[in-house]
Design a binder for this molecule. Structure first.
Ligand SMILES: Nc1ncnc2c1ncn2[C@@H]1O[C@H](COP(=O)(O)OP(=O)(O)OP(=O)(O)O)[C@@H](O)[C@H]1O
Ligand code: NI
Length: 307
C-alpha cells in the first residue's frame, strides 16, 4: 500500500529581523492508512510547523521547500480553494484548546450539522441524526449538547465535541497537535481512547504531535524525534522507546521523571545560531571531530555519526 501522506525533504524558514529562522530542516516522514505517527521533541523543535505545513496554514511570507504528497497530490502546490476542500473534510484537525476550534456564538448542533451538509455528505436531517449518534457514542447528552453554546461546556466536553466534528466528516487523516495539553488525567484517558478509534479499521491515519512521551507510547506505531527542526531518530515506537539510539533520544528519555529526571546538559541553541555539523554536538557526550563539521544523514532511522 502506498503511503497516504509522504513528506519529503521539508524545510521551512520564517523571515526574521536578523535573517531567516530555519524552523524545520530536511524533514522526511510518511504515514499509511491505519497508522499513528507521533512527532515528539521539546518545545520549539518544529513539531507544530510540520503540522502547519501539511495543513497549508503557515503565515504568508514563509519559505517552504520540499514536497508534501497527500494521496498523490502535492499539497504545497495546490490552490487555496482546493486546499480548503481537503482541509476539514479529508484532513481533520484536533488542537490543544478545543474551545478555540469552536465558534462561541453558534450552537453546537449547527456546528456539527453544517460542515456535513457543506461537504455534501448528507442532508440536514441525516446530518443531525449522525451528529446526535456520535455525541451519544462519546458519552454526551446529545439533545442538550446540540442545543448548547460551546462556552456552556467544560474543556473535556469541548474536546469531545471537536472530536465529534472531526470524525463526522470521515477524514482520511487526522492531525492532532498537543491534544492532551492542559487536560486533567481523566480527560487525557478519555481523549486517548477517542484518538485510538481514529486508526481502527485501517482507514484513517493519525499524525500525533505531542511532547508527552507516555501519550506517544500508548497511541503511536511509529515515532519521530525532532531536535532543532530536524528529525534525529525515527522508527517503531517500541523500538525507539526501549532501545533509543540517538544520544538526544536517550537524553530525552532519561530526563523523564520515571527514568530518573536526568537533564540533558546545556540548552537548545537558538534557531538563528545553530552549530555547524551535527546540531546536537555541543550537548553530546560522544561528539567527535566529524560531529563538529559534518551534518550526519538520517541513516536507518538515526541521524548520528557515532551510532
Ligand atoms: N510564524 C512564525 N514566525 C517566526 N517563527 C516561528 C513562527 N512559527 C513558529 N516559529 C518558530 O519556529 C520554531 C518551531 O516552532 P513550533 O511551534 O513548530 O515548535 P513546537 O515543537 O511545536 O513547540 P511546542 O511544543 O512549544 O508547541 C520555534 O522556534 C518558533 O518560535
Ligand atoms: Ni507546537
Amino acid at each position: 500500500m502506498t503511503d497516504m501522506l509522504e513528506i519529503t525533504d521539508l524545510s521551512v524558514s520564517f523571515p526574521g529581523s536578523g535573517g531567516k529562522i530555519p524552523a524545520v530542516r530536511d524533514v522526511s516522514l510518511s504515514l499509511a492508512h491505519g497508522e499513528c505517527l507521533a512527532i515528539v521533541g521539546e518545545s520549539g523543535c518544529g513539531k507544530s510547523v510540520v503540522a502547519q505545513s501539511v495543513m497549508g496554514l503557515l503565515p504568508f511570507g514563509t519559505e517552504v521547500l520540499g514536497r508534501i504528497s497527500y494521496q498523490g497530490q502535492d499539497l504545497l502546490h495546490l490552490a487555496e480553494r482546493e486546499l480548503e476542500s481537503i482541509r476539514g473534510q479529508e484532513i481533520g484537525m484536533v488542537f490543544q484548546s478545543p474551545e478555540r476550534a469552536l465558534n462561541p456564538v453558534m450552537k453546537i448542533g449547527k456546528q456539527l450539522v453544517m460542515p456535513q451538509v457543506i461537504h455534501g455528505l448528507c442532508s440536514e436531517t441525516d446530518a443531525k441524526l449522525r451528529a446526535e449518534g456520535v455525541l451519544r457514542g462519546l458519552g454526551l447528552d446529545a439533545g442538550r449538547v446540540m442545543d448548547a453554546y460551546p462556552w456552556m461546556c467544560s474543556g473535556g466536553m469541548c474536546q469531545r465535541i471537536v472530536f465529534a466534528a472531526v470524525s463526522l466528516l470521515h477524514p482520511n487523516l487526522v492531525i492532532a497537535d498537543e491534544p492532551t495539553k492542559g487536560l486533567d488525567a481523566a480527560n487525557v484517558t478519555d481523549l486517548e481512547a477517542m484518538l485510538s478509534t481514529v486508526t481502527a479499521g485501517n482507514r484513517t491515519g493519525l499524525l500525533l504531535i505531542t511532547h508527552d512521551m507516555d501519550v506517544a507510547s500508548r497511541l503511536s506505531n511509529r515515532i519521530a524525534v525532532m531536535y532543532c527542526g530536524m528529525i534525529v531518530e525515527e522508527g517503531e515506537t517500541r523500538e525507539v522507546l526501549t532501545s533509543p539510539k540517538h544520544p538526544y533520544t536517550r537524553g530525552l528519555l532519561g530526563s523523564l521523571p520515571k527514568n530518573g529526571f536526568v537533564p540533558i546538559p546545556g540548552i537548545s541553541p537558538a534557531l538563528t545560531d545553530l552549530p555547524e555539523g551535527c546540531v546536537f554536538h555541543p550537548r553530546c557526550p560522544h561528539a567527535g571531530e566529524r560531529c563538529r563539521t559534518a551534518v550526519p544523514d538520517l541513516k536507518d532511522g538515526v541521524r548520528c555519526h557515532k551510532c
